[in-house]
Write a protein that binds this ligand. Structure first.
Ligand code: NAD
Length: 278
């Protein structure tokens, strides 16, 4: 096997099985963006381990794609290490780490009433969970000497203020810094580190956040329509979990072999536009 990301890319051949024989760990893979990505990775030939805290649903998704499931609370370093050990025990190598697990966090709207315990809990998942993933994936990939691709799910909130609450915004902005910093160190091992910044994907996390923070009961279809009207330059077109999964597939595959330290926005242009335009 060639080092990850260094093959000459034959787009005709690779379009069918772009991740043939690669091994991937997907955190937060039981539902939403993570589940859609795990499925797409598997369809493209990858062996996928789903690492989540939703055991029943996670195991069902893993079974449906011929993958494996492991209970993994990303805030616990030992759990993340075990997920990577499972990949090594199962297939002998790790090529792709998708640090995707995340929560929307605490309720406080004002910086003046931030609850430090809530903030710590949020950081322990969104930020420390990602640190655990990068650290242990990098160890395995360095040892494997074949390079690899580490992808993290950041957010448009990492780029733009006011899109989300303070804690969430901070956790994702810190993640972006971590991605650039880790990419600088790991490039010498041909390990690429990138993140994706979605916006307005009608997952359970966002639907629940609308309920909790805005007191709005909204269906995924209504949310998608609303995003298509107000938060996308692509009129009428809101985001889907598959849009993010396709971006993850690109960053996981050899087609993106010269891309690292990048934040790929999957936001319909929202974070690049004046608010009157979007
Ligand atoms: P989701 O709630 O459907 O999925 C999140 C997954 O993470 C779930 O399977 C959940 O069980 C898992 N998870 C939560 N805490 C965990 C923990 N401690 N350990 C392991 N797994 C854990 O929501 P989603 O929208 O698919 O979220 C996926 C990622 O996308 C998150 O990092 C989120 O911040 C990010 N994101 C989402 C949006 C959006 O619009 N939905 C926008 C920007 C970024």
């Amino acid at each position: 096997m060639e080092p990850h990301g260094t093959q000459n890319v034959d787009t005709r051949k690779s379009s069918a099985k772009r991740l043939a024989d690669k091994v991937a760990v997907v955190t937060g893979g039981a539902r939403g963006i993570g589940a859609a990505t795990a499925k797409l990775f598997a369809e493209n030939g990858a062996h996928v381990i789903i690492a989540d805290v939703l055991d029943e649903v996670g195991a069902t998704v893993a079974e449906s794609i011929g993958g494996r499931y492991i209970h993994c609370d990303v805030s616990k370093e030992g759990d993340v290490e075990s997920a990577i050990e499972l990949a090594l025990a199962w297939k002998g190598h790790l090529d792709i780490m998708f640090n995707n697990a995340g929560i929307s966090g605490s309720e406080e709207r004002s910086i003046t009433s931030l609850d430090m315990e809530n903030l710590s809990h949020l950081f322990s998942i969104n930020l420390y969970g990602t640190i655990h993933g990068i650290k242990h994936a990098a160890r395995a990939m360095i040892k494997g000497k074949k390079g690899g691709s580490i992808i993290c799910t950041s957010s448009a909130a990492s780029i733009m203020g006011g899109l989300a609450l303070h804690g969430y915004t901070m956790s994702k902005a810190a993640m972006d810094g971590l991605v650039r910093s880790a990419a600088c160190e790991l490039g010498v091992h041909l390990i690429r580190v990138n993140c994706i910044s979605p916006h307005g994907v009608p997952s359970e996390m966002l639907i629940n956040a609308c309920k909790r923070f805005e007191n709005v009961d909204i269906t995924p279809e209504q949310l998608n329509e609303m995003i298509g009207k107000r938060a996308s330059l692509l009129r009428g077109r809101g985001a889907t979990i598959e849009d993010v999964a396709q971006a993850a597939l690109f960053l996981a595959s050899d087609e993106s072999g010269f891309i690292t330290a990048h934040n790929l926005r999957v936001d319909g242009g929202h974070t690049s536009a004046d608010s009157k335009m979007s």
